[in-house]
Design a protein around this ligand. Structure first.
Ligand code: GLN
Length: 260
């Protein structure tokens, strides 16, 4: 990005991909830059308008099945996000957004084409057809991030029916291992049913793209992940002291979820 110019954070189709408060991720990124004296601008991209390819960070949130299909249609149309990521932009894609950046995702009993930006596919179930599909994944989720990311434990909330897996020869690596909840769900659960209880993976990190099932908004609950995205754009940034309330809340959440 140009020196001195504002970091542009694109919030894509918040009317379609905003059911779970993921728009808060834009506010977190903007504020964490401002606290460091760096100019930032949230670029709201309403559904139906062209996605710009000139932003520095792109945000896709979660949504219900039908709006997710509409969002995917719009995003695929001009492939601006693919071009921007190819030129060095960062992307955070949450839940429906995560599914949409992959090869395929399910909705209304059909399989829809995604953006094919990362090598994942999502289905209602990967279990054999005679097996009943797993239930909706709803509840707290705790993820131990891949050590390469040097991040603390990630906390969030998940609410999705789809199950996601990496395609053979996929690039990048899973965001982390699920300690509680379901996440991608393919091999979560001790019985291999995708039924939760931890042990499977959540998400993907591929270049400057992060996909995850964590709502929260995830960046509000996990500021270190917000800073990771920002350092991809800005290089090293001075650390920010977290407000004491945030530390206390995070610790309370850690204790409440510990041991499960
Ligand atoms: N509609 C998708 C699913 O149910 C994604 C849901 C979400 O974004 N929370 O799997």
């Amino acid at each position: 990005m140009r020196r001195g110019s504002a970091t542009r954070i694109a919030l894509i189709y918040p009317e379609l991909l905003g059911t779970y408060g993921d728009g808060g991720n834009a506010i977190v990124l903007e504020q964490r830059l401002r606290w460091r004296g760096l100019p930032a601008e949230v670029v709201n991209v309403p559904a139906g308008s062209q996605v710009p390819d000139s932003c520095d960070i792109y945000l896709l949130g979660g949504g219900e099945d039908a709006p997710q299909v509409l969002a995917a249609d719009g995003i695929r149309q001009n492939r601006a996000i693919v071009r921007a990521v190819g030129s060095g932009a960062a992307l955070l894609a949450v839940c429906a957004g995560y599914q949409v950046i992959g090869a395929t995702f399910p909705s209304g009993g059909e399989i829809h084409e995604g953006l094919n930006l990362v090598d994942i596919e999502t289905r209602r179930s990967f279990a054999p057809p005679e097996t009943p599909p797993p239930g909706r994944a709803v509840g707290d989720i705790v993820v131990e991030p891949d050590p390469r990311l040097n991040l603390p434990t990630l906390y969030g909330y998940e609410n999705h029916a789809g199950r996601t897996r990496r395609l053979p020869g996929a690039g990048g690596f899973p965001l982390g291992v699920v300690r509680r909840g379901i996440g991608d769900g393919e091999d979560g659960g001790s019985d291999g049913s995708g039924g939760g209880g931890g042990g499977g993976t959540d998400g993907i990190v591929d270049g400057r793209v992060v996909g995850t099932y964590l709502h929260g908004p995830v960046l509000a609950q996990n500021p270190a992940l917000a800073d990771l995205l920002l350092t991809w754009i800005h290089g090293d940034l001075p650390p920010l002291e977290a407000p004491q309330e945030a530390q206390v809340l995070r610790e309370a959440r850690r204790r409440a979820l510990a041991g499960s």
